[in-house]
Design a protein around this ligand. Structure first.
Ligand SMILES: [Zn+2]
Length: 316
């Protein structure tokens, strides 16, 4: 029986059920937090994380894939606690989330040495626990594929080849990074069917999306509610067009909702969420997006493919 690693050990792929492929129960900066802990409120973070976990569970979600990596405060113990107290299944990654910067310990290691570090998380466990990573995370954003970003991608590719685990690559469609990222994976000999190009839904450029799909990868339509990058209506129209063209078997729906985000001072974050992403939450899909997609022609089979079957196939 095929299994996938979760924070509570291997689970049968058949038991994944309704899956959110891209959400974060906490997104904070490890260094800032360690140095200036007075900026953070652990209890509120925990209460909010549990509240989001229970809310998605209330909508029938059984599994949340949490693609936090280094620089997003991946914390295996915190995620396990979320899983234990909510009853959700939570799946974690290894890797580095950077748009360019790498700290000295990673700068001064080769691609193969980075891969060795990632393989440890997959084969031995994360942060001294026996919780194993199920996939590898890397990122390219507005600065494009800089030398450091390329190094992390090549390390991710080599990790994938050594372990057979899939890759999730954060992308920036407006800079066309997805195609560049797939080119690097191709050079490294990675099977494109193991790669998910996250945030592809930030564009409504069907030509770009179809060129990306032609490489053989999966695409994340995974930032529903983040209107500042693309308003919901345009995300919906794009997803419906792709469904029409028969791509339900290559897409994921999610929200990339970070329960706690420390990128801005709290008052700015409040304003941001109100102005740039007023509907954004970990349950927006269930409250508005999915009912509307159904009304506009999405079938139950297509929904099942995007939220149950595709997670199984990608994680396998
Ligand atoms: Zn994310």
């Amino acid at each position: 029986m095929a299994t996938v690693e979760s924070v509570n050990g291997p689970i049968d792929l058949e038991d994944l059920g309704l899956t959110l492929i891209h959400e974060h129960f906490r997104c904070t900066d490890e260094a800032t937090r360690f140095q200036f802990p007075h900026l953070y409120d652990e209890q509120t973070e925990w209460d909010d994380a549990l509240s989001d976990a229970n809310a998605v569970k209330g909508h029938g979600v059984r599994t949340v894939v949490e693609p936090s990596a280094m620089f997003l405060h991946r914390d295996a113990r915190f995620s396990k606690r979320v899983a234990d107290e909510s009853g959700l299944q939570v799946i974690l990654a290894t890797g580095v989330y950077t748009y360019d910067h790498l700290p000295q310990p990673l700068m001064n290691r080769s691609e193969d040495q980075l891969a060795e570090i990632f393989v440890h998380d997959i084969e031995t466990g994360i942060q001294g626990t026996d919780i194993r990573a199920a996939f590898i995370k890397c990122a390219a954003d507005e600065p494009g594929v800089t030398p450091n970003v390329e190094k992390v991608h090549r390390a991710a590719a080599r990790t994938s080849q050594q372990t057979g685990r899939p890759i999730m690559a954060h992308s920036h469609p407006k800079s066309g990074t997805g195609l560049e990222q797939m080119r690097i994976f191709g050079e490294e000999g990675v099977d494109p069917a193991t790669v998910q190009v996250a945030h592809t839904g930030d564009t409504d450029d069907l030509d770009y999306i179809e060129r990306l799909l032609d490489t053989g990868c999966w695409i994340g339509m995974d930032r529903y509610g983040l209107d500042i990058f693309l308003p919901t209506e345009q995300r919906q129209t794009t997803v419906l067009a792709l469904l029409e063209k028969g791509h339900a078997d290559r897409m994921f729906l999610s929200q990339d909702w970070p329960t706690t985000l420390d990128w801005f001072p709290p008052e700015v974050e409040e304003q941001m969420k109100a102005g740039a992403a007023p509907n954004w939450s970990m349950t927006f899909l269930f409250e508005q997006v999915i009912p509307e997609l159904r009304e506009r022609g999405m079938s139950e089979h297509q929904l099942d493919q995007m939220m149950v079957e595709n997670p199984k196939r990608w994680l396998a």
